[in-house]
Design a binder for this molecule. Structure first.
Ligand SMILES: [Zn+2]
Length: 300
């Protein structure tokens, strides 16, 4: 049995697991991401899952971005205590293992490709729609990371160059239209009075037939469809797996998304792309981090 250490780092939660080559989780643990001293918390978490377990041969990390693979550093937007933090080297030093790093959404895509809804796809796009919109591409079974590790940032593809200014500085990014907070913002601006004013309530109201809530999802889904059609045209994507909190809205998101894609996409290979919900959910990024480590372990 080959066993690797998988680590998933986000702004709210740290997760670690020992995973074997079939994807079985042998041991796992999570803890909240502290405001400071994140590395101490991570070290304790790693000790918790590795002590007494089978020895891992490599470590894989999925971390919230931006990241820089050239230097192995991370600067997660929602983790202000880490700026150009040398995560890959710190984990290598902590564990003594060969250590691989990728973005959390890239790991989401890789995990869904390995064990989830993306199995068998030669060109897969994974999208995480939540507070922001992340993404990752898996081409011929390998994650497309890019020179600095930031390939797949599909949330910041412009779907309307004449549109609204995004927090990233860009213009008309799909995130500005389709992320949870932006769905809610548009709904509130158009008279929606849901309480609490969050994406979950908006989804519940849309499912119950609220006209503004439905329109918010229609609008967000149309922006997502524009992005998906563009990515598909560029990469001949065959499947798109959608995860993240907003994807839990279910058919109030996926039905207008299918209609919009039917309207937006033209060429036959673009029209052929299939859009499906995540099956691994919150476990996908951890699974992807494990696959990253397995593919680069000394025995592979
Ligand atoms: Zn943007």
């Amino acid at each position: 049995m080959t066993c690797v250490l998988a680590i998933d780092i986000g702004g709210t939660k740290l997760a670690a697991a020992l995973v074997d080559e079939t994807g079985s989780i042998l041991r796992s643990a999570t803890r909240p991401t502290p405001r400071a001293d994140v590395m101490n918390a991570l070290a304790a978490l790693v000790a918790e899952v590795t002590t007494g377990g089978p020895p891992p041969v490599a470590a894989g990390i999925g971390c919230a971005g931006p990241i820089d693979l050239a230097t192995g550093t991370v600067s997660p937007v929602n983790m202000p205590s880490w700026r150009e933090f040398p995560l890959r080297e710190e984990v290598r030093r902590l564990t003594g293992l060969p250590t691989m790093l990728a973005g959390d959404a890239q790991c989401f895509a890789l995990g869904e490709h390995w064990l989830g809804a993306g199995q068998g796809s030669d060109a897969l796009l994974g999208i995480v729609v939540s507070t922001g919109i992340g993404g990752g591409l898996v081409i011929n079974g390998s994650p497309l990371l890019g020179p600095t590790g930031n390939a797949g940032h599909v949330g910041h593809m412009s779907v309307d160059p004449n549109g609204e200014r995004c927090e990233c500085g860009g213009l008309g990014c799909v995130e500005r239209y389709s992320s949870g907070p932006n769905l809610v913002r548009w709904a509130v601006d158009n008279g929606w009075k849901g309480e609490p004013a969050d994406a979950r309530t908006l989804a519940e109201n849309a499912a119950a037939g609220d006209a503004v809530a439905l329109a918010a999802f229609e609008r967000g889904a149309r922006a997502l469809a524009g992005m998906i059609a563009s990515v598909t045209a560029a990469t001949e994507t065959t499947k798109v797996v959608v995860g993240g909190g907003v994807s839990m809205a279910g058919k109030v998101l996926f039905e207008p998304l299918a209609r919009a894609l039917d309207d937006v996409a033209g060429l036959a290979f673009v029209r052929a792309v299939r859009v499906v919900p995540s099956v691994l959910g919150v476990r996908a990024s951890l699974a992807g981090a494990a696959k990253l480590a397995l593919d680069h372990s000394p025995s592979s």
